[in-house]
Every structure is written in C-alpha cells, then in structure tokens.
Design a protein around this ligand. Structure first.
Ligand code: ADP
Ligand code: GN1
Ligand code: MG
Length: 357
C-alpha cells in the first residue's frame, strides 16, 4: 500500500493534505481526491499515471501543461475552464516514486461534476458543445504534440496488434471466439478505407483529445452548464473524428458500456441529434466538407475500434483494461458490438440529420 500522504507532500500544494480518498472507476490510471486543511470539498486531484500504458509520462505531462496554458490565455475563468497542473516541489510536472510509479497532481475544479451517462438531450447538447469548445480553443495551437500512445486510434496499427494477438493466443481463448472474431474481420476493409482518408491527408490533422467519453468532461454542479474537457492524457495530433466518434459511442448509448442486458444497449437517435447540434453549433464553420461527411461514420469507427480493443484484451488475457470479473472484457465486447450494430442500422438516418443541419 502506497503512502499517499508522502506522495502528495512531494507536490507544491497549498496547505496541509489531511485526507486522500480514492475516486472514480478509470480503466487505466488510479485517481484520488486530496482534501486540505480540514475543508469539506477536495482541493486537488492526485493520479498515479499508468506508465505501462503511457510509456513517457514526462512528455505526456508536458503536452498537458502546454495545451492547458494555451487554453488559459483564452478563457474567462482559467481555473475552471481547463485543468491546472500542479508541479512537484522540484519543478517537474510529475513525481516518480521509489517503485518507478509516476504521480501527477492538478487542481480540483470547484463546484464541478461529471456524469457516467447522458440521460437527457440537454446534457448531450452540453457535451457536444464541450467538445466543440475544446476543439475550437486548441484549433490554433500549432506546436507539435508528443504522441503519448503510438497509433492510438489508427486502425491499421490496431490490426497489426490484433493479428499478433490472434497468433499469440496468450490466454488460449481464440478457439472459442469464432463469432466475435468474425465481427471484426467482416468490417476490416471498411474501417481501413476510412483511415486511409486520414493517411492521405483528405481528412486534416488537428489537436485532438482522443478519450471523449462523457466522464471526461466537467459540468457546473449548480446549473449543469459545460465547464471543460479533462483527462487530457491522450491529447495528440490526429483527426477530430476520433473525438466525435468516441463521444457518440458514449453519449448515445442507452445502456452501459459493459451492460450484460443487451436489450438495454443501443444508439439513441435523440441523443445523437442533441450531441451533434451542440457540437456543430461551435464547429460548423471550422470543419472541412470531408470531416462533416464522416461525422456519423466516426461513431461507427470508434465503436468498432472499441469492440476490437476489448476483445483483443480478452484474447491477451486481460492485461490492459482493469476488469472487475473474469469475463468482463468479453461482456464489454458484446455490449459495444450491440451498440455498433444499432449505429449501423441507423446510419442513413444519422447522415440525413447531419446533412439537414
Ligand atoms: P481516469 O483516467 O481514471 O478516467 P479522470 O482524469 O477522468 O481519470 O478523472 C476521473 C474523474 O475524477 C472524472 O470523471 C471527474 O469526475 C473527476 N475529476 C478528474 N479531474 C478533476 C478535476 N480537475 N476537478 C474535478 N473533478 C475531477
Ligand atoms: C480508457 O482511462 P479511461 O477510463 O478514461 C481508455 C479509452 C477507452 C475507455 C473505455 C488510455 O479510458 O481509450 O475508450 O477506457 N483509455 C486509454 O471506457 O486506453
Ligand atoms: Mg476519465
């Protein structure tokens, strides 16, 4: 068990940390709240950054510092409209403990809240607005960003990992997964054809977030209005379609990401419309025609990729995502596949709605 107080003491925080409590259900990092000086609400967020997933935490933290400092020059409330990285006392943006684990601290954004699912079109609209505002704020950030995870949403790269995972068959599960593997293989060409548009430059490169599920945006605790994008670890240069895609995967799902009850899972057209209205209210004039044409497909693309990633982790023996029970990654695979087929069924309607905006 780590001595979290000792770790918190490495950072340039104001006051005395009095309690440190675990928070959230992230699949990759471990997140804690730091309370200081007997206050009721937390003052800071402490995170152990998973350095197996993020091989260069210092470079990742530098991405976050540069982009958040850039955003701060543009917004009216710099402490609530983006993250504030708190450096360690030695000036580094992280602390590396004696076991080689990396830690980072940021300011807890006061009077904020996050959601795990979108139950109302208003929230989906605010979420779309949130991504639009984020993309707009960083649209003129021109410095190169470090690639924190190689090929993160590059399906060509994912297929090379996938082919290798099937060959390795590390957990001996491939034989029992014929149907699920078929789901991936039958769509391989279609997904590669989309990614090729990005590779050829038909789809432009922008600063993107890459992990835009609903819990990675903060909203005002009182009036529910949008505050900012958080969880900026995966910020890199890629296509904005990764972000609309991952957001659609999350905001439009009527069930949970890992629902065992597939009857609950599907894409809500109402949430799709609300999300897209919010996003395009900010980004309509910024996007190229090819980006607009692919907005609906972006949801299929990232949901497909997520099916592949959960299934690949199951095949690998559950080494990447945190799981709560032995079949968890397979349950996630099935639930995300159900969502994918629901999106496929509604694809024409999605496109027609976007064209109408
Ligand atoms: P993970 O990598 O585990 O997903 P996140 O950075 O997304 O970690 O944080 C998990 C949750 O903690 C968020 O969904 C949000 O509720 C809360 N949170 C994270 N950072 C902040 C912050 N700076 N201010 C307020 N709440 C935060
Ligand atoms: C992970 O860290 P978290 O829980 O926000 C993952 C995302 C997946 C998501 C699935 C770095 O996000 O790519 O979409 O789980 N993050 C990383 O819920 O792999
Ligand atoms: Mg998160």
């Amino acid at each position: 068990m780590k001595d979290l107080n000792k770790i918190a003491a490495q950072f340039a925080i104001e006051g005395q940390a009095c309690a440190i409590k675990p928070l959230g259900e992230g699949f990759i990092n471990d997140t804690y709240l730091i309370f200081t000086d007997g206050k009721d609400s937390p003052s800071y967020i402490l995170q152990r950054k998973n350095h197996l997933v993020f091989p260069d935490v210092p470079a990742m933290m530098d991405n976050i510092r540069r982009v958040t400092e850039f955003i701060k020059t543009k917004v009216s409330d710099p402490l609530r409209e983006t993250l504030t990285v708190i450096p360690a006392k030695d000036g580094k943006l992280y602390y590396k403990d004696e076991d080689g684990c990396f830690w980072a601290v940021c300011l807890f954004i006061r009077d904020s809240r996050s959601y795990d699912r979108a139950d109302t079109p208003e929230l989906a609209y605010q979420g779309g607005l949130g991504l639009g505002v984020f993309h707009k704020l960083v649209s003129d950030f021109k410095e190169p960003l470090f690639e924190t995870i190689k090929g993160f949403h590059n399906i060509r790269w994912r297929f090379s990992q996938w082919d290798e995972a099937l060959r390795r068959n590390a957990a001996g599960r491939v034989g029992s997964l014929g149907e699920e593997i078929g789901w991936i293989e039958s769509r391989r060409e279609r997904m590669l054809a989309f990614w090729e548009k990005f590779e050829k430059g038909e789809i432009p490169t922008r600063v993107t977030h890459n992990d835009t599920k609903i819990s990675n945006f903060l909203f005002d605790a009182k009036d529910g209005s949008l505050l900012c994008a958080i969880d900026l670890d995966t910020m890199m240069s890629s296509t904005m379609l990764n972000d609309t895609g991952d957001a659609l995967r999350s905001y439009t799902n009527t069930g949970a990401e890992d629902d065992r009850d597939l009857g609950k899972v599907g894409m809500s057209m109402e949430m799709f419309k609300a999300y897209m209205k919010g996003y395009l209210s900010v980004m309509k004039d910024e996007l190229t025609p090819v980006e607009k044409e692919n907005l609906a497909f972006s949801g299929l693309y990232i949901t497909y990729e997520q099916v592949l990633r959960f299934l690949m982790d199951y095949i690998d023996g559950d080494t990447y995502y945190k799981t709560k029970y032995p079949e968890h990654n397979l349950v996630r695979t099935h639930a995300q596949y159900k969502l994918l087929t629901s999106m496929e069924e509604q694809f024409d309607e999605m496109n027609a709605f976007i064209a109408s905006l």
